[in-house]
Every structure is written in structure tokens, then in C-alpha cells.
Write a protein that binds this ligand. Structure first.
Ligand SMILES: Cc1ncc(COP(=O)(O)O)c(C=O)c1O
Length: 367
């Protein structure tokens, strides 16, 4: 879609999975200052100790996860943390339960680790919630791991405490590993609470919590992520990391400490903007003929139902692009259960969203 969009000078790209904001200026300045101070060296593979200390403190205080610096590895974004976790734990032929729809990298990574992805299909009628009830029948003797992503990309679904408690109980009972990808933890709306799966007792040997500075701090290009797990798992991930880039940029690790200490106000500001955009786009889309959507409770994506257009999601995304020059992602890209939907990011500026809605309304008309 991105390539096709380049054919149109006036394309509005709503297919991207990143904040429209540039990283807050004081965080950029901190990164530059650390470079100027000579923080330009290799670091320990796991990441510099003060950063892991700061991350452990944050995980304990905010996420209520019991951990210390030695439970943490600093990675090239959440994406590397996930890949290292999968290579560490998955043996050829192991099954991994992956939400469907989901961020497409999970399936690709499971396959790269020679595992077999098993989709846990969730639908709009259930507000796209991947519950223990949906997961349990998919567990077989070959199941090694489960992936939980709340808030979810692409649906914006947020699991509540009770739903997560049931997943935690299931994981303990069936003794499978679980990766909690909490990349969007700071981006929740309407008073919803982000609850970390790792906060539930007795999961220590099964859970890996993965997180990133990309989404909350608008730091996608810095490639700053981390994982928290038991020491045995982390020590294996560190060995893989040595051979996969060795260490994250030293200055940026220091900037990560700075962002943790001084970035909360920026997150609140950006969240306020996303929230306004969310309401604007959801109202606009629900007015359109052929489209409908539920309100996402987290992340920065709307996942409209386009079955009213009587075409599949790839044709719909192409048709929308051709007729309105608005770029969206076809739902099928996120898994079979994503068919009948498109994904629209509302992390860009509200002016682009208003213009996109005007164009869509002009072409498709209102109900
Ligand atoms: C659910 C989810 N997890 C992880 C990532 C990767 O983030 P990072 O930039 O930290 O690698 C993304 C990026 O889109 C995502 O949507």
C-alpha cells in the first residue's frame, strides 16, 4: 500500500504504525548530549546497568512485576526482544498461539524460529478480545507458547484485569510460556486500565514481558526496546543478542533513562491528541455508507468493518486509495480473522484525519 501510495502526490497515509510526532525535543537533546559526552562505545550485551536498573524500577513501580536488573535485556526495539525470545524457546514443530488479527511480525517470527503459528481468532462481536475461553481449546501437547498483546495492534482491544487473570491461570495450569507484548501500554483511553500479565503471582517461570520506547515516547527510529524474564531465559537471549548486533547504541540507552525520568508529560500530551483523533475518526467513519467501527480502547488504530462495501479487504484498501488517495491497510494482512476490515492509524495530525474523512465522505456518502 505504501508503494502504491507513492503514485499520488496528495496521498494521506493512514497505514503507518508509528506516531506522527517527532521524539520530544528534550529527549533528542539528551541523546545528542550523551553522544557529545563520548557515550559512543560498545556496552554490555544485556544493556548498561543503570538503564536496566531504571527499567526494573519502572517495571516494579508501574507494572507491579517483581524483577531486578538481571531479569532485563535491552534490545533493538520490541521486535528484536520478540525474535530473541522465540529463538530461545521454540523448537522446530512447537506450536505458538498467536492472536488473529495481530501485528503480522508474530507469525513471521514464529516461522523464522521453525515454530507453527496457531491463530486465536477474535471478532468484532466480542470486541476483539482474546480470552482464556478462546485460547484453551487451541492448546495441544505441542503448544510451547502464547502471545498476548494488550492493547492490541490492529484492533485497539484492551484486556481487563479479570480477563488477564484467567489467562494467567490458564498459562500456569497448562505450563506454557507466554509473551506479553505491552508496546502500547501507555496508550489507553476512556479510563481503561493497562494491566500487566506479569503482575500475576506464580507466572515468573513462564512469562516474558516485552516493551519499547517506540510508541509511547515517539521514538520508533531509535530502536530502543527491552524484555523482562527469568534469569535463565534472559541469559540465553543475551547470547543471541551478542550475535545479532551485540548492543544497543550507548548514548541512546542513557537517553532511555532520561526519557523514563522526564517523558511522562510528553506521553500525556500525545495521548490527549490521539484521543481527540480517535473520537474524530470513529465518528467520521461511522457516518460513512459501507463502513462501521467500534471504539478502540487502546493503541492508535481504528479497525473499521468494511463488509458494507461488498469487496474483500485488499480490494477495499486499493479502491479507497484509488478513489480518495487515502492509504489504509487491508485487514487480511493481520490474519484471516482480519478479513472484512481495514486498519487506519490515527497517530498522525488531526488535519490529515479531517481531510481524509472529507474525501471519504465525498466519495462514499453518508448513511
Ligand atoms: C504490537 C507491536 N509490538 C511490537 C512492535 C515493534 O515495536 P518496536 O519499534 O519497538 O520494534 C510493534 C510495531 O508496530 C507493534 O505494533
Amino acid at each position: 500500500m505504501f508503494d502504491k501510495a507513492s503514485l499520488y502526490d496528495d496521498a494521506i497515509n493512514m497505514s503507518l504504525g508509528e506516531p506522527g510526532f517527532v521524539t520530544p525535543e528534550h529527549i533528542i537533546r539528551a541523546g545528542v548530549d550523551f553522544l557529545t559526552q563520548g557515550k559512543t562505545k560498545y556496552t554490555p550485551n544485556a544493556g548498561i546497568y543503570p538503564f536496566r536498573e531504571a527499567l526494573a524500577e519502572k517495571l516494579q513501580r508501574v507494572n507491579h512485576i517483581k524483577c531486578g536488573p538481571n531479569n532485563i535485556i535491552v534490545t533493538f526495539g520490541a521486535v528484536e526482544a520478540l525474535m530473541l525470545a522465540m529463538i530461545t524457546l521454540i523448537n522446530p514443530g512447537d506450536e505458538v498461539i498467536v492472536p488473529d488479527p495481530a501485528w503480522p511480525d508474530y507469525v513471521a517470527q514464529v516461522k523464522m524460529a521453525h515454530g507453527i503459528p496457531i491463530g486465536a481468532k477474535v471478532y468484532e462481536k466480542d470486541r476483539f478480545k482474546m480470552t482464556a475461553e478462546i485460547i484453551e481449546p487451541l492448546i495441544s501437547p505441542k503448544t510451547k507458547m502464547l502471545i498476548v498483546n494488550s492493547p492490541n495492534n490492529p484492533t485497539g482491544a484492551v484486556l481487563n484485569r479479570e480477563e488477564l487473570r484467567e489467562i494467567a491461570e490458564l498459562v500456569k495450569r497448562r505450563k506454557i510460556y507466554v509473551i506479553a507484548d505491552e508496546a502500547y501500554e501507555r496508550l489507553v483511553y476512556d479510563g481503561e486500565e493497562h494491566v500487566s500479565l506479569g503482575a500475576f503471582d506464580g507466572l515468573e517461570d513462564y512469562i516474558l514481558t516485552v516493551n519499547t520506547f517506540s510508541k509511547a515516547y515517539a521514538m520508533t527510529g531509535w530502536r530502543l526496546g527491552y524484555a523482562c524474564a527469568n534469569k535463565e531465559i534472559v541469559s540465553q537471549m543475551i547470547k543471541l543478542h551478542e550475535n545479532n548486533g551485540s548492543c544497543v547504541n550507548e548514548a541512546f540507552q542513557h537517553a532511555g533513562i532520561y526519557a523514563l525520568r522526564h517523558g511522562d508529560k510528553d506521553i500525556e500530551f500525545m495521548l490527549g491528541c490521539y484521543d481527540k483523533n480517535r473520537k474524530l475518526i470513529a465518528e467520521g467513519i461511522n457516518r460513512l455508507r459501507g463502513f462501521s467501527c467500534i471504539m478502540p480502547k487502546g493503541a492508535f488504530y481504528l479497525f473499521p468493518n468494511i463488509t458494507g462495501l461488498s469487496m474483500n479487504s485488499v480490494d477495499a484498501a486499493n479502491y479507497i486509495l484509488e478513489k480518495t488517495h487515502v492509504v489504509t491497510s487491508p485487514g487480511i494482512a493481520f490474519g484471516e480473522a482480519g478479513e472484512g476490515h481495514i486498519r487506519m492509524s490515527f497517530a498522525n495530525d488531526c488535519h490529515s484525519i479531517e481531510t481524509a474523512l472529507e474525501r471519504l465522505e465525498k466519495y462514499f456518502g453518508t448513511k
